[in-house]
Design a protein around this ligand. Structure first.
Ligand code: DGP
Length: 114
């Protein structure tokens, strides 16, 4: 989508620190980290938010949880734990309308919200 920041990151029109990429999913460091590790895991397909998911998108969302586990394993925080947050829509405070999974780790996350 033309005016979407995350689509621009996917197309390399905006720089980012990419930590994972395959044909369907990209993950990069959040520009405004709320924890020592704050990664955004993003499907390359533009989907606004959870509320806009189609039935056909559900395998992709399932895959994202596998990617999250892979990143957690590779970065060494899988055993200590991590938090995944997905905002959807206005009342959640979602700012970027391209569905994304906040992956937070590296400290006690009990009171951290994204
Ligand atoms: P949300 O409020 O759930 O829509 O979170 C959007 C997140 O996206 C927020 O934590 C900051 C991050 N973000 C916004 N613009 C950029 C950007 O240009 N680059 C990167 N790496 N992150 C961004």
């Amino acid at each position: 989508m033309e005016d979407c920041i995350f689509c621009k990151i996917i197309k390399r029109e905006i720089p980012s620190e990419i930590v994972y990429e395959d044909d369907e999913v990209i993950a990069f460091n959040d520009v405004n980290p709320l924890a020592p590790i704050h990664i955004l895991v993003v499907p390359k397909k533009h989907i606004d938010c959870i509320a806009h998911l189609a039935e056909e998108d559900l395998p992709l969302i399932s895959k994202i949880y596998g990617v999250i586990n892979k990143i957690a394993e590779e970065k060494g925080f899988k055993e200590n734990g991590f938090k995944v947050i997905v905002n959807s829509g206005k009342d959640s405070g979602q700012e970027v309308m391209h569905i994304h999974f906040h992956l937070l780790a590296g400290t006690n996350l009990a009171h951290i919200n994204a």
